[in-house]
Design a protein around this ligand. Structure first.
Ligand SMILES: Nc1ncnc2c1ncn2[C@@H]1O[C@H](COP(=O)(O)OP(=O)(O)O)[C@@H](O)[C@H]1O
Ligand SMILES: O=C(O)[C@@H](O)C(=O)COP(=O)(O)O
Length: 416
């Protein structure tokens, strides 16, 4: 019976969380949506949804379905995973989904801990930082689907939520588990039910996990999972050794994140790469894909990169002409179709960059669940799956994660 049931609002976020649960010692399986077959012999299950950017009512419905299924798997503690950069709009999903899960679990308070210090995401006085920059000055203010224009999470969450939002500040967390627990209790009795937690370093994640041990539901980025190991006496897992890889190597990047752009720039100097834009797809969808396929086929012996052109002026023009959703959907559809066409050409190792993009591609490949393997960079593990086209080593890379040279270095982690 699984102990911890997790609902992730996108697929890259799901692997990020599963990776940290494995690091904390939990035997973990990530499923894509609710699977047909229940995983066995696991301590934690991560159900990955593609709900980050859909209307709140749909996200609530899908999350509640996932919760019900996780309850039938015997889970006792629940974790709602969203982005470490709190990706959402003021009308967005995080508040509504958390409140719906609280209602279903009959719990009257929960916490919001997006921080993941190993990747530079910290929270101080309720303000989210990415490295040394406030969230709204980190590049995330230009995100195509969820522009983050305010770093104050108390204020941002408040616009999405019915219940009052409070803050567990860093100085209290510094004083340890008991002080943090008392503060959470005080906030609850003052009517604050949604508590944003400051977090400056990994030790704070453990304190927060311990102080919230009685909460049936916690919410956050993946960082909090690093603290959860302290709650259970003998989590037993180890990252799985994956079977040896075989076949060609491909990178499909639809992420518009700043870090992915750096990775694309670096990789383009070392491997064949090909860009696509929403406008060319809009004018000539099939012809564009045919041309890219013809470009790729003779070169499949070495790693290849196919990516969206996400320079801000290209994104802006596409969104102005096509609309935000349609521009994004075109890129997702194109990369999913390319994945389908190329996977049958003996691709055995695939890196996908971007959560929405990963949702589209994993769906197109008919993947049901992922075994978590060794980590490439914090938050990005290799996984192994049996797709409808055979075995596949797959890395679902969150947009802003990974070192700038990740696309050239990742293969070494699994290749002999
Ligand atoms: N040039 C572009 N113009 C408009 N939208 C784009 C462009 N390139 C990518 N997108 C869309 O932006 C979204 C990026 O989201 P995602 O894949 O989650 O990655 P990230 O959150 O890291 O940017 C996707 O829906 C993708 O299709
Ligand atoms: O928490 C995180 O930052 C990641 O796990 C994540 O969710 C990133 O999402 P994308 O940038 O859309 O890949």
């Amino acid at each position: 019976m699984a102990l911890i049931g997790c609902i992730a609002d996108d697929f890259t976020g799901g692997t990020d969380l599963a990776n940290n649960l494995v690091k904390s010692g939990f035997r973990t399986v990530q499923t894509i949506g609710i699977p047909d077959t229940a995983p066995e012999d696991v301590d934690a299950i991560v159900v990955a949804l593609k709900s980050r950017s859909i209307p709140a009512a749909d996200a609530v419905r899908q999350s509640l379905e996932a919760l019900t299924w996780l309850q039938t798997q015997g889970c006792e503690k629940f974790y709602f995973k969203y982005c470490s950069t709190f990706d959402s709009t003021p009308q967005g999903n995080i508040g509504p989904v958390a409140e719906a899960l609280m209602g279903a679990l009959d719990c009257d308070s929960t916490l919001f801990c997006p921080a993941f210090p190993a990747t530079g995401r910290t929270v101080y006085q309720g303000h989210l930082f990415v490295g040394g920059s406030l969230l709204n000055e980190s590049g995330m203010e230009h995100h195509p689907l969820n522009p983050m224009t305010d770093a104050n999470l108390v204020r941002w969450l408040d616009t999405q939520s019915e219940q009052r939002v409070g803050l567990l500040p860093a100085d209290v967390i510094e004083r340890g588990e008991e002080a943090a627990r008392r503060q959470l209790e005080a906030l609850r009795s003052e009517g604050y039910r949604l508590i944003v937690t400051d977090t400056l370093r990994d030790a704070h994640l453990t304190t927060i996990a311990l102080a919230s041990r009685d909460m049936p539901l916690v919410t956050g980025g993946s960082g909090l999972a690093l603290g959860l190991g302290a709650l259970y006496s003998s989590p037993s897992g180890q990252a799985a050794a994956l079977p040896p890889p075989a076949g060609g190597a491909l990178i499909l990047a639809g992420s518009a994140s700043k870090r992915t752009r750096e990775q694309i720039d670096h990789a383009s100097a070392h491997m064949p790469s090909r860009a696509l834009t929403p406008l060319e797809l809009h004018h000539e969808f099939d012809a564009t894909l045919d041309a890219i396929e013809q470009w790729a086929l003779p070169q499949l012996g070495k790693p290849l990169l196919i990516h969206s052109d996400t320079r801000p002026e290209v994104v802006r023009e596409a969104q102005q002409q096509l609309g935000v959703e349609a521009a994004g959907a075109l890129v997702e559809r194109a990369l999913a179709e390319l994945a389908r066409r190329l996977i049958v050409r003996d691709i055995g190792r695939l890196i996908v960059a971007g959560g929405e993009t990963a949702g589209a591609i994993v769906g197109a490949l008919g993947i049901e669940s992922l075994r978590i393997g060794p980590e490439i960079d914090p938050g990005v593990p290799w996984t192994w799956t049996e797709s409808v086209h055979g075995p596949l080593h797959l890395a679902l890379k969150s947009g802003n994660f990974g070192a700038p040279d990740m696309f050239t270095r990742a293969w070494e982690v699994i290749d002999e």
